[in-house]
Structure formats: C-alpha cells, structure tokens
Design a protein around this ligand. Structure first.
Ligand code: PMP
Length: 364
C-alpha cells in the first residue's frame, strides 16, 4: 500500500531517522547510555523552549501536560483565568474544574485571537493566580500573540501558562522573552515525535510558586515534587526512578531535538512561516475561506471552511487522492477541514496537498 501524506494537525508524518531511533533495542531506564541520552535531551530542550527553565518529559499526551501545569502551581481556593479561543480553552476550564479550582474565562469569537487590552482589564478586575492561553488553537487555526499578552501579564503576580501543544518548535515562541512561566506541549506535532510524551518547561517563578503551595498537590503521577529530582538526576547523569520513562520515545525525541537544533530555531520558524503562507495562498486561490480572521492564522496548521462539498465526501475523496486531512472539532465539526503543516515537511508536501485538493474539487 502506498503511504499517504498525513497532513492532520498531529500526529504528522515523522522523519525516518526519528522513527528509526525509536526502533532501537530498549535499554534499562537507568542504564548509562539512556541516562546520557535523556540528560542531553533535557539540556537541549531548553534551546527549543528558548528558556533557562526546567524541562520535564513524562509519558502521556498533551492533555496530561495541561493537567500537570494546572495542578502544580494553583490549588482550591485560588482562581484561574482561561483565555478561551476554542476547544483547547474549554479543556483547560474542564481540567481546573475537575480539580476544584475556581475558573473565569475570556472567550473570544472562534477565529479571532485574544485581545491583550481585554486581558489587562480582566487581570485588573480580580486576583488570578494563573492565566492560561492556547498558543495555536487547533480547533480554529488561530495563533495568539504570546509576546503582547506576556507584556501584559508580567505587570501582575499572575503566572502565565501557555499551551504550546500545536506550536512548540514550529510557531515562533521564546518562553523567557515572552515571560511565560510554564510552557507545555506534546510530542506528536511540530516537535516531530510519535504521540506519547508530555513536555513542560517551568521557569524559576513557577517552581517557586509550586514550592510555596499551602496544601499538598492533588495529583501523584503529575506531581512536580515527584518528577523534579528525576529530571535533575538525568541532567546530571545519575540513576534515579519515580515512574518508568518511555525509553524508546525518548530515543526518538533525542533524534528529533538534534534535528531541530541542527536546522536552527530561527530557520525552523521561518520555514513554517513560509510553508503556511504557501498553503494559505493555495487554498484561498481555490476560493476557500480560512477560519482565522485579521491576520492571526497559525503557521503550524490551517482551518478551512468547506465550500459546497460535504466534509465526508471531501475528506473521503482527498484520502483517495493520497492526502489525509482532519475534520472540524466542536461547533465547527462538519463545517471545516484542518490541515497540519508542521514538523519535517517541505514545499513538495504542500504542493502535493494542494494538488490533491484541486483534483478532489475537480471531481465534484
Ligand atoms: N492543546 C492543543 C492546542 C492541542 O492541539 C491538543 C491536541 N490536539 C491538546 C492540547 C491535547 O493534546 P493530546 O491530544 O496530545 O492530549
């Protein structure tokens, strides 16, 4: 069977060397060779988050990373503010509620980015321990302006948590420069590693907030207390154990992070920017309308309204043409399709996708 192009917003088509790294014989999680690989990966991840903070890599998906962020710096009786642009804002609200934390929201119209002035006003109106925002909302394809929002949040005591599941290592993001206290992601998107790893980077302010919590955290597997010594031990090439790391996924992550840094973060951001512009131009030339309004479209994926062909017919035929794209989420289900353009993709992948979409349109 001929492999199809997997152009959904994660998981994506992974680089062969990354997949090959994953297929190495599994070793002990405390073996010297693994300690060296994991330690080197953690050190290099700081260059990917562009932060001096403490990276954490644990087995799980992006949602687990959200939950780890949400449960380690805020507790019952404190208030969270969720900037909600779509499905993944809703998810943060649900996570806080599940942990008994009071949550307020700023809801933007779907397709619009958050307004920093509105965020300032809201932060002035109450005492929020944390604010969360989705960098690239995968349900609408918008990218929020993390830098402008960071410049607002830094004027408050509020901790700035960013969901970078659909952006880290693709969409421009400098954790420290943007004053982000906790940045979180998943392996399966622009980081270019098969699903199964939750990644976070806590800066010192977030670690201090964790240390100052008045009650014990209401989580166990995701407790920073349990993982911090483990991450530090790996960085220092020391054997340690709390829960077994996903050894082979970390082999893959190591290879991918090496590739990312060999390309260079700036070059990588620029490549994603260029490929996203190419994709958007191709789609709008075919008379498609994008979900994001006013220049806030993300560089890692596009959300696109269907024009005349049903979702099932469109995506079914496109798959026959060799390209898989995703359907809509939440209230956009059936109305849009979503194309991922992140990771190790190139211009040929964009052209192949646009060509397959054109062939699909020609059939209806
Ligand atoms: N946040 C965003 C922005 C996402 O795109 C996703 C996954 N699509 C998640 C969180 C949840 O990640 P996961 O599915 O890996 O749990």
């Amino acid at each position: 069977m001929l492999a199809k192009l997997l152009m959904i917003p994660g998981p994506i088509n992974f680089d062969h060397e990354v997949v090959r790294a994953m297929s190495k014989m599994t070793c002990s999680h405390i073996a010297p060779e693994f300690r060296e690989i994991f330690g080197d990966t953690l050190k290099k991840l700081k260059e990917v988050f562009i932060s001096e903070g403490q990276p954490f890599v644990i087995a799980g998906s992006g949602t687990l990373a959200m939950e780890m962020a949400a449960t380690n710096v805020i507790q019952r009786g404190e208030k969270a503010l969720v900037v909600n642009n779509g499905v993944f804002g809703d998810r943060f609200v649900d996570i806080f509620k599940a942990h008994g934390i009071d949550v307020d929201q700023i809801q933007t119209e779907w397709g619009k980015a958050a307004d920093p002035a509105e965020i300032r006003e809201k932060l002035e109106s109450d005492d929020y321990k944390v604010i969360t925002i989705t960098h690239v909302d995968t349900s609408t394809g918008i990218a929020n302006d993390l830098e402008a929002i960071g410049n607002v949040v830094k004027d408050f005591d509020t901790l700035y948590i960013v969901d970078a599941v659909c952006s880290l290592a693709g969409q421009r993001l400098y954790q420290d420069k943007y004053h982000v206290d906790v940045c979180l992601s998943g392996s399966q998107k622009a980081l270019g590693v098969p699903p199964g790893l939750a990644l976070l980077c806590f800066n010192q302010r977030a670690l201090d907030a964790h240390a100052k919590l008045k009650q014990p955290v209401e989580c166990f597997y995701t407790s920073v207390n349990n993982w911090l010594p483990i991450m530090q031990a790996y960085e220092n090439n020391m054997p340690s154990y709390f829960a077994t790391p996903a050894v082979n996924l970390i082999f893959a992550l190591h290879e991918s992070v090496n590739q990312i840094l060999a390309e260079g973060m700036e070059v990588r951001f620029a490549r994603h920017e260029k490929l996203a512009a190419m994709m958007r131009k191709g789609l709008t030339d075919m008379d498609f309308k994008l979900v994001p309004e006013n220049g806030c479209a993300a560089n890692t994926m596009s959300a696109v309204y269907h024009n005349g062909i049903t979702d099932a017919e469109f995506r079914g035929q496109l798959s026959q043409e060799g390209v898989i794209v995703a359907g809509g989420l939440g209230r956009l289900k059936g109305k849009i399709f979503r194309v991922g353009h992140m990771g190790s993709i190139n211009e040929n992948d964009i052209c192949a996708t646009l060509g397959a979409i054109q062939r699909t349109l020609d059939l209806f």
